[in-house]
Write a protein that binds this ligand. Structure first.
Ligand SMILES: [Zn+2]
Length: 67
């Protein structure tokens, strides 16, 4: 989209010169978007599978009970 001053269609035929500043392949984006602090863990206490960004695998309920 960027860098196309109306001549972009012409260059598409030539594959001998890949544009390094071209648009990122679409399949790279969803991957990057999904990457966050959240990870999927299984709570060792109750077996609940959930996503968290904390260090512990324990869900909040079990963490509370443990204390
Ligand atoms: Zn739990």
């Amino acid at each position: 989209m960027n860098r196309s001053n109306g001549r972009g269609e012409r260059r598409r035929d030539c594959t001998c010169l890949p544009d390094p500043s071209g648009p990122l392949p679409a399949d790279l984006w969803p991957h990057a978007e999904k990457k966050s602090n959240l990870r999927q863990v299984t709570c060792p206490g109750c077996g609940l599978v959930y996503r968290t960004n904390r260090q512990t695998d324990l869900c909040m309920d079990c963490e509370r009970k443990q204390r």
